[in-house]
Ligand binder design. Structure first.
Ligand code: ATP
Ligand code: MG
Length: 421
């Protein structure tokens, strides 16, 4: 047997109703808040991610699935969606039509991480990005929209973590303060962090290795280093969140694993999943559009971990399936042919109907109808058909009656509709 690759998974029909419900709810909320859907390729040039996410981040250093593709050079299975959305915003000159664009996309991402519960190598994200709006009110509105989605999905036990990463004007002073503090504890850092320390000291704050966590416990808070513009921006975000009734905590250790963020960053955490507790994360990235060759336009976005959201909801949501309305039991070749015709006609009319295509006994077929939880069973045999009659059995009340084969599909439809109301 050839098995699937570790870190990848099958989403089976039994579980799909939850995925679909979340997707429908997400699309509704995006519609309510004025976002339009965009669908993008899964494969992009490796350079797109190296330049945007940053080449001293975990994702770019070790988690990307990349391969040489002849003349195209190194290509990568996207590890996240923001870079591709930005690429498209620039390449399709969306900014020329209207610099303000509110976009969302849903699909698979790929990261070569150590597989474990809540952490897969192919996982799904619901991603939203807003271009052309620098206002802190957009930051707050985005977090509010996210929390509204979670509340419509009845997901409880979430907390909003908030921090500001400042801007190119004020971040260097923080980096320096951080660096001089950590240098004293250099020996305690993991190999990754010591290597990246000078180039990107912020990564240490994001490291999950216990000794690194311990080393940065006393680290300064970036919010103490913000310039006036960044400080005002952050205050406005917090004020609007409070005004909207969204609770939050300031987390000075929150930096997020991508380099492109500026100012507001946030993460939504759950208490329902154990170690893999981040269900969504996002932030502002005012410099990225320009960095990737576009005009200078502010932007902000987030990504929801679809798999983790499903894992939370699966704890209390029962999977649902469209109930079977009619099951046909046929005896003999002629009845089989008729039955297949009726099933097709009923399906066409939107009625769930099935039959058994094999030659099994009525008794075993009744058992199958029970297993499929059919509301009605129609029993058709050669003798009855000659008289233009079949038997209709209501599986709940066990009542049986004879109905005429003339206009049978219409009759069944109206019986089913009446029974529902
Ligand atoms: P984590 O801290 O758990 O590694 P992250 O900060 O790397 O998350 P982001 O890049 O911000 O994650 O992606 C947004 C969301 O996507 C996360 O909050 C998480 O729910 C989900 N996610 C990220 N990586 C994975 C993965 N390997 N498997 C499943 N979901 C993931
Ligand atoms: Mg990660």
């Amino acid at each position: 047997m050839i098995e699937l690759i570790k870190g990848f998974k099958d989403i089976l029909p039994e579980g799909i109703s939850l995925w679909q419900r979340i997707e429908t709810e997400a699309k509704t909320i995006f519609d309510d808040f004025g976002y339009r859907e965009i669908r993008l390729p899964i494969l992009e040039k490796a350079e797109l991610f190296a330049r945007s996410i940053g080449d001293t981040t975990d994702i770019v250093e070790k988690e990307m699935y990349s391969f040489e593709d002849g003349k195209r050079g190194l290509v990568t299975l996207r590890p996240e969606a923001t870079a591709s959305v930005v690429r498209s915003y620039i390449q399709q000159r969306m900014y020329a039509a209207d610099p303000i664009q509110k976009l969302f996309t849903i699909g698979p991402m790929f990261r070569k991480e150590r597989p474990q519960k809540g952490r897969y190598r192919q996982f799904y994200q619901i991603d939203a990005e807003v271009f052309g709006i620098a206002s802190p009110y957009m930051d707050a509105q985005m977090i509010f929209m996210l929390m509204t989605l979670f509340s419509r999905l009845k997901v409880a036990g979430l907390s909003v973590l908030l921090n500001s990463l400042g801007c190119p004007a004020c971040r260097p002073a923080f980096k320096e303060a951080l660096l001089s503090m950590i240098e004293a504890k250099k020996e305690a850092l993991c190999e990754n962090c010591s290597r990246r320390l000078l180039k990107n000291p912020l990564r240490v704050l994001d490291c999950k290795v216990p000794t690194c966590r311990e080393a940065v416990k006393e680290a300064p808070a970036i919010t103490d280093y913000l310039c006036k513009g960044c400080d005002d921006h952050f205050s406005a975000v917090k004020e609007m969140l409070s005004g909207l009734g969204v609770g939050y905590e300031i987390d000075k250790g929150l930096v997020r694993g991508l380099d492109y963020y500026t100012r507001t960053i946030f993460e939504i955490q759950t208490s329902a999943l154990g170690a893999q507790n981040a269900v969504a994360g996002g932030g502002r990235y005012d410099g990225l559009v320009e960095l990737l060759g576009g005009p200078s336009q502010p932007a902000i976005g987030f990504a929801i971990g679809f798999d983790r959201l499903c894992d939370i909801m699966a704890q209390y949501e029962k999977p649902s399936q469209k109930p079977l309305q009619v099951f046909f039991i046929t005896e003999g070749a002629e009845a089989g042919k008729q039955g297949a015709n009726w099933v097709s006609r009923l399906n066409q009319a939107g009625v769930t109907a099935e039959m058994d295509y094999g030659e099994r006994s009525v008794k075993s077929l009744m058992k199958r109808a029970d297993k499929l939880d059919a509301a009605f069973v129609v029993i058709a045999d050669g003798e009855g058909l000659e008289k233009g009659q079949v038997i209709l059995r209501n599986m709940k009340t066990k009542e049986q009656s004879s109905i005429s084969t003339t206009g049978i599909t219409e009759q069944l439809q109206s019986i089913i509709v009446n029974q529902r109301s």
